[in-house]
Structures are given as C-alpha cells and as structure tokens.
Design a protein around this ligand. Structure first.
Ligand SMILES: Nc1nc2c(ncn2[C@@H]2O[C@H](COP(=O)(O)OP(=O)(O)OP(=O)(O)O)[C@@H](O)[C@H]2O)c(=O)[nH]1
Ligand SMILES: [Mg+2]
Length: 292
C-alpha cells in the first residue's frame, strides 16, 4: 500500500482503497459450447446454470457472488456464447450477445474460455481484441483439457497463435483445466487475482523515469520530419488499465512503432503481462524554451 500512498492524490487513494472491499468483477466469455456455464458451476460447486452439448444454451448474463478461499468476494458473470455476427439472426440471440458484451465491458477481469479440443478460432481472437479495446485484464482458460489427446502440441499451437495474434496483450496468462472433471480448476482464481493486481498496478514516478531514460538510451527517439523527438519524462496517469503519459517537444508525433517499443519495454520491465497498456503522448509547447 505504501507505494500507492506515495503516488496518489488523496481522492484517488480513497477510491482505490474503497475498491478493495468491493467484489472483484469477473466475466466468463467465449464461443458457444466452450464450457462457460460448466466452468461457473464448477467454481460454485453446484449446478447453478444449465449446461449441455447444444450451443446457445445460456441466454442471459447471470451474475453470482462467490467467496474464494482467501475470503475475498468475486462477482462472476456467465455469458451467452459469442458467435460470428453474420450467423446471428434471431432477435433473442442478438440480445444475448449484447448482454455478453455488456458484461465484458462491466468486468475488471475477463476469462476467455476456449474449447482446447477444438483449438483456437478467429472468433476467440476477436473476443480477446475486444477485451483489449475495452481495457480489461484477460486470462485464457483452455477448457476441456481432459479431451485433448496431445497436450504438448496443443498447448504449443495455441500459445503461438495467441502470441502472434495478440501483440497488444503480450504474456496473456493461460490456464489449462477441465470444468467437467475439475482438474486444474484450482489455478483459475489465483490467476484471476494476479491479473487483477497487474491491472491495478501503480508504478512510482521515479522508477518509471529511470526505466524511461534507459529505454531512450537503448533505442533513441526517432527523427520526425528530419528532427529528433525530445521525449522528456513519463508519468502514470491512472491504473485499471495501466495508463502512462509521455511528455516532450512534439511528443504527440511519436510514430506507432516507437510507441510499441516503449509499451513492450514497460511490460517486460514492470511485469505487466496480459493487461492492456495505454501510452499517450503529450507535446509541451513552451514559448520561452527554444525548440531545438
Ligand atoms: N470433455 C469436457 N466437456 C466439457 C467440459 N466443460 C464443458 N463440457 C461440455 O461441453 C458442453 C457445453 O458446456 P456448457 O457449459 O453448456 O457450454 P457454454 O459455453 O456455457 O455454452 P453456451 O451457454 O451455449 O454458450 C457440455 O456438454 C459440457 O458437458 C470439459 O472440461 N471437458
Ligand atoms: Mg452456457
């Protein structure tokens, strides 16, 4: 807590502390039939939701509260399976899909539930990108692990696909489990809590700027229109998700690839896997300082 106390104005500190007593908000999303409702039932230890082999069983996003083994409350929303928009015709399913997306937007952490026996589909990646766009922390649950014949090959193929397709969410935590048998399920909530912590992380300004100096030395800021950008310092504007602002002369002209380099370096240095990171650039216009 002291790290937070050092870096936050009082009103934000109060908000962050108050947040600690509220249930962590978790949504389980994924394609139809991935095993989302079975997963919720397994976490609760009771048959709360109807499950079955027909896709499209869950229609409404239902929230339930669970108290984990650390006495912490987690509000979990089981959602309707998300399928390609083109295939959605019935008005009822349209409503189900929008309630699933609404649940995703309201969540702090999203568990993307995949049927590992089927491998990863474009639709899964699209959902992950939506999670990124909405700024939520993400965990991948590779469900139906009991039904996967070659586990090593499957894990490798899925991890590679995630890494190459989700550059914005590097290091996304992956938990293999079976909602049906319960195998591996005990690793899910600890991973959710860890993702939530990363998503809430505050980095002290001093540490941040030591990193920044080093990052600028390693790869100097690029030339834009023949003049080198002068990036001067960085602060963390907020958490949930971690959001940083870089200030400097013409900083707003920083090219995309340099921004990506900084984000990746931030992620590695401060251990921020699987969370969206926002990096903004603000130009400082000071008429009394020579723009060199
Ligand atoms: N082998 C195996 N089957 C599973 C597992 N988890 C779920 N299933 C089966 O997969 C089918 C779909 O499960 P559901 O939990 O209803 O899936 P869902 O994602 O909630 O589906 P929708 O609500 O339709 O989107 C059911 O027949 C489950 O018994 C698992 O870990 N292993
Ligand atoms: Mg369901």
């Amino acid at each position: 807590m002291s790290e937070i106390a050092d870096n936050l104005p009082p009103e934000e500190l109060a908000a962050d502390e108050a947040h600690d007593d509220r249930p962590l908000k978790l949504a389980i999303v994924g394609r139809p039939n991935a095993g989302k409702s079975t997963l919720l039932n397994r976490l609760l230890g009771e048959e709360r939701q109807i499950t079955g082999p027909e896709p499209g069983l869950t229609r409404d996003a239902i929230a339930v509260i669970l108290t984990d083994d650390q006495g912490r409350e987690i509000e979990i929303v089981d959602t309707a399976g998300l399928r390609k928009r083109a295939r959605i015709e019935a008005p009822l399913e349209k409503m189900s899909v929008s309630s699933a997306i609404e649940a995703l937007k309201m969540a702090e952490v999203v568990v993307l539930c995949l049927d590992a026996a089927e491998g990863i589909h474009d639709q899964d990646l699209q959902i992950a990108r939506l999670v990124e766009r909405e700024g939520r922390a993400c965990i991948v649950a590779l469900n139906k692990w009991d039904a996967v014949p070659d586990r090593n090959a499957t894990r490798k193929a899925i991890m590679e696909r995630l890494e190459e397709s989700l550059a914005q969410m590097k290091g996304i935590p992956v938990v293999t489990l079976s909602a049906l048998t319960g195998a591996g399920i005990e690793r899910l909530l600890p991973a959710v809590r860890a993702a939530h912590e990363v998503w809430n992380k505050r980095i002290p300004t001093g540490e941040l700027n030591r990193w920044f100096e080093h990052a600028l030395e390693t790869h100097q800021a690029p030339l834009v229109s023949g003049r080198r950008l002068k990036l001067r310092y960085v602060t963390q504007a907020k958490a949930r998700p971690p959001t940083f602002v870089v200030f400097g002369t013409r900083a707003e002209q920083t090219p995309e690839d340099y921004s990506r380099y900084l984000v990746n370096s931030l992620r590695d240095t401060f251990k921020l896997p699987g969370t969206p990171i926002r990096l903004q650039f603000r130009g400082t216009k000071n008429p009394f300082v020579e723009d060199d």
